[in-house]
Design a protein around this ligand. Sequence first.
Ligand SMILES: Nc1ncnc2c1ncn2[C@@H]1O[C@H](COP(=O)(O)OP(=O)(O)OP(=O)(O)O)[C@@H](O)[C@H]1O
Ligand SMILES: [Mn+2]
Length: 289
Amino acid sequence: MRFARDVETIPDHYYFSDYERHHAEIAAFHLDWVMGFYRVPPTAGRTINMTSEILNVAERKLKMKFYKSPVGNLCFYGDCEYYCDSEHAICGKPDLIEGSFATFLPSLDEADRVTWLNPWRRSYSKYKKASWETNSDYCEGVKQEAVYKYSRRLLELIDMHIFDFLTGNMDRHHYETYKEFGNNTFYVHYDNGRGFGKTKHDERSILAPLYQCCQISYETFLKLVKLYIGPQRLSDIMRKSLAKDSLNPILTEPHLFALDRRVIKILKEVSKCIRKGNHIRDVIIHKPY
Ligand SMILES: Nc1ncnc2c1ncn2[C@@H]1O[C@H](COP(=O)(O)OP(=O)(O)OP(=O)(O)O)[C@@H](O)[C@H]1O
Ligand SMILES: [Mn+2]
């Protein structure tokens, strides 16, 4: 945890310098679960004691990164290329801190994963645009790629972007699959900490794969329609699900409200695809198994 639940993304920060939020990781797991995607490893919040649960059991290298702040709080930072310095340290009060904790995935020896570049990843540069941002025929190229010829893979990718649009996460540079299951399989997505940063803004470009390919899986479409019609809104279902987390409330009401607004916006994109002249059969597609 770095910030309180109601702290929003700094407007002058690009998505790649946005701080990660522990409540976003927890909320992403619940959203993935209630949407029935089942791709995010179970993630829960809890308060930890940094002294007994990290410092006292850490290896020397990590121990070296711990220090006391001027006001006596225990702080530490990581060992990495960017932002791993005392200006970006995590500090407890005095050594208690909230965090998000994900179920540890099986080791790569037991269950190897394949890492895939997201074709709709952003440029990660302040000066460059990604090719999907300037080429409206981008999807045609992706469809020619060997793996996306499996129609399930493209539909899964569009689901992933629908999920990221709901959370507002622009940082999906990669995703993974389990090697054992071959190429025509489901995705795993961890690293959801950059969602839920803005309550009043909906980043339409996250839906680029949906509006450029004009495809959505039938199951996902049905779920969204159901949430739109009610009686239960996505915000209601999420509020109830998140209540099971020990750090509840996880999402502020404005974040929950934003989810309902985004459900409508996704359906509007589907509607635009059909109004443009695409046949419903080519837009709303059953995922092949
Ligand atoms: N639930 C998990 N179980 C096992 N390993 C995990 C889990 N979540 C993340 N990892 C491992 O930790 C690495 C870093 O995690 P994550 O991508 O969330 O952090 P990050 O700092 O945002 O990384 P990046 O800079 O690559 O975006 C992952 O590449 C993965 O190898
Ligand atoms: Mn990341």
